[in-house]
Design a protein around this ligand. Structure first.
Ligand code: SF4
Length: 344
């Protein structure tokens, strides 16, 4: 083995399974250019679960679509950055190789299972078709595997339900079918984009429990995209909080719940209803997220921030501040003060 090869192997060993680096994405519309992703970086190692949290329009789903290679281009445009999977930049791969990664290496579960499934085909057929089409598996074997996958996602009487159509399943069971389909090619990473938003609360908890169990059973890495901090704690190892197309705080999940290093995260945590605060008015974050066509100067959160100090907050864009433990960061000029509770 040559020295160069040894060095390259070392680089690959050090590499994260997935590494999103300084990603910038715009949408060109009739009304102007929306800067939807503004320098997003995050990584994922084998078997890890990362939650990407943010309000609608914060850019969390757009990043996932770019990872999957399903972003609408145009109007979308990846301006710069890299998305490295196993050391290879997916953005520079030809579409044919991209397709190999999609589903087989990285798969995605969408929010709305009803519109993601084809209403005119039985679910067993839809699951087995992925195997037949992508892996060339024979029909009988693919159907047998479809039953196994339906059992894996805890669909009762899986064999009998193979010929049922999507509308014959409840919302929660349909989402399980979608998860089964996404697992058909044994991906290394599962991206779950708001997988429980369309479901009622009890079913939401069951689907989140299932995802947590599958991740452990299959040693699969997972990116959970959500606007709901309440569903993250039992599933994720780390959280990246997004605001206006940026990651404003990144921390270990338990550290982030205990104490926050960014005023936006603090606002999100304070607005979760708590039993021990019964009778008290629920805290809210004032104002609305900014238009991505007109992101405020300085810190994008400054018009809503109770800790803002002018002129610095309204004129200077904050950079990542590294906080106490390991990889914890916050994009706030006063991150340390917010974290230790001395910010006024
Ligand atoms: Fe608030 Fe200023 Fe921090 Fe932005 S930089 S979050 S405005 S304190």
């Amino acid at each position: 083995m040559t020295d160069i090869q040894i060095q390259l192997d070392r680089v690959a060993d050090d590499a994260h399974l997935l590494d999103v680096r300084d990603l910038f994405i715009e949408f060109h519309t009739r009304d102007g250019i929306a800067k939807v992703i503004n320098g997003v970086s995050y990584h994922l190692d084998a078997g890890e679960a990362l939650a990407v949290l943010g309000e609608s329009g914060s850019g969390k789903s757009v990043t996932a679509q770019a990872i999957m290679g399903i972003l609408d281009i145009p109007p979308g445009k990846i301006v710069s950055g890299q998305i490295c999977y196993n050391g290879r930049d997916l953005l520079s791969l030809p579409e044919k190789e991209r397709r190999q990664v999609r589903g087989k290496e990285i798969a995605m579960v969408f929010q709305d299972a009803l519109s993601a499934l084809n209403p005119v085909f039985p679910v067993g057929w839809q699951i087995s078709e992925t195997l037949r089409h992508r892996e060339g598996v024979a029909r009988a074997d693919a159907l047998r595997r479809a039953v196994e996958l339906m059992e894996l996602v805890r669909i009762p009487a899986a064999k009998q339900r193979l010929r049922d159509y999507p509308h014959e399943f409840s919302g929660g069971m349909r989402q399980r079918v979608m998860i089964a389909m996404s697992l058909a090619l044994s991906p290394k990473i599962l991206i779950a984009d708001e997988p429980t938003t369309a479901l009622d609360v009890t079913v939401q908890a069951q689907v989140m429990d299932l995802l947590a169990e599958l991740r452990r059973e299959l040693h699969m890495a997972m990116i959970l995209i959500t606007h709901d901090l309440g569903v993250v704690a039992d599933v994720a190892d780390r959280i990246a909080v997004m605001y206006a197309g940026r990651i404003v705080e990144h921390a270990d999940v338990h550290d982030l719940y205990a104490v926050q290093g960014h005023p936006y995260t603090k606002g999100l945590i304070d607005s979760i209803p708590r039993l021990d605060h019964k009778g008290q008015e629920l805290a809210t974050i004032q104002g609305l997220p900014p238009s991505l066509m007109d992101i405020p100067r300085g810190c994008p959160f400054h018009p809503r921030c109770p800790y803002r100090k002018d002129p610095i907050c309204s004129t200077q864009v904050p950079t990542d501040q590294r906080l106490a433990s390991g990889t914890r960061t916050s994009r706030c000029h006063f991150a340390k003060e917010v974290l230790d509770g001395t910010a006024a």
